[in-house]
Design a protein around this ligand. Structure first.
Ligand SMILES: Cc1cc2nc3c(=O)[nH]c(=O)nc-3n(C[C@H](O)[C@H](O)[C@H](O)COP(=O)(O)O)c2cc1C
Length: 266
């Protein structure tokens, strides 16, 4: 196999094995600074619309600050519980068949019952961010300026996609370095964001896009079931609705080439 072929298979392996580590981290196991630098370097080189580089990142590793962040209340919204419910599969069989969404067992039993929405929302008023951070020694907070947008991009759609590129680039490097990574969207929820902005002196006009917790699992944990759609479930062959099949595609492109050769020969 040529050298680039080996690199490519390693990249795909990292992409496939990257996963959300929703397990408690060891607070005493810090992320080496050189590794952190590499993760930040990945953010630096991420593609962004018009190369706007529309992000700032706060690295929080001060124990005192992590504790203060952990003490911020993070109530859950009714919309979250209801919409989360729609993404759930209630058995492994259903999950393997749907190939999208999340297994319901990842969430507490009350979250899986639409009749209990109000109960969960009321109870969540006392929840703290520390439950989401679960012992992580370092948090990255990604910030952007909603007043700027990629040229003519409605709702800064392109700018927001760019933030996703930043996330994925950092995630892949963390995966390559053996560092666990979880996205924490709750950091951008209105009430949480307000408190964080005050605590970390984030200028009023900026918004928190998301936060990431980095670290190492406190104990070895079993891998969880992950699903993805097959290629022919989302790739269309020239026309929308014409399923793209790996095998038939190869065959048809080979046969087309064979035909064009034979045409030339004639
Ligand atoms: C924009 C975005 C926001 C996410 N927010 C959260 C989150 O708040 N909490 C969480 O546990 N996972 C979050 N995730 C992780 C997804 O749930 C996860 O990537 C998806 O379920 C697939 O699982 P995998 O990462 O293990 O492949 C987020 C992912 C993305 C891309």
């Amino acid at each position: 196999m040529p050298r680039w072929g080996v690199v490519m298979s390693q990249i795909l392996k990292i992409i496939r094995e990257r996963q959300s580590s929703r397990v408690p981290f060891d607070p005493e196991h810090s992320v080496p600074r050189r590794d952190l630098k590499q993760i930040l370097e990945a953010a630096r080189w991420a593609p962004t619309a018009h190369n706007m580089q529309n992000f700032e990142i706060i690295v929080v590793d001060s124990k005192e600050l992590l504790e203060r962040i952990g003490n911020i209340n993070s109530p859950i919204s009714e919309a979250f519980i209801r919409e989360n419910y729609q993404q759930l599969s209630f058995s492994k069989e259903e999950f393997l068949q749907r190939k999208v969404g999340i297994l319901a067992t990842m969430f507490p039993p009350e979250w899986r019952d639409p009749a209990k929405v109000h109960e969960v929302v009321a109870e969540s008023k006392s929840w703290l961010l520390s439950e989401t951070m679960e012992g992580c020694p370092v948090v990255l907070i990604v910030i952007f300026d909603p007043r700027r947008r990629a040229p003519a991009s409605q709702g800064d759609f392109l700018g927001i996609i760019s933030l996703g590129c930043v996330m994925e680039s950092m995630w892949l490097v963390a995966q390559g370095l053996g560092i666990s990574f979880t996205v924490m969207s709750v950091f951008s929820a209105d009430l949480v964001e307000k408190e964080l902005k005050q605590l970390l002196k984030i200028p009023e006009h900026l918004r928190i896009a998301f936060a990431i917790r980095l670290g190492y699992p406190a104990s070895t944990t079993a891998k969880y079931l992950r699903v993805r759609r097959d290629l022919d479930m989302f790739v269309h062959d020239n026309m929308f609705g014409h399923r793209w099949h790996t095998r038939s595609h190869t065959t048809s492109s080979v046969s087309k080439r064979a035909n064009s050769h034979s045409t030339k020969r004639r």
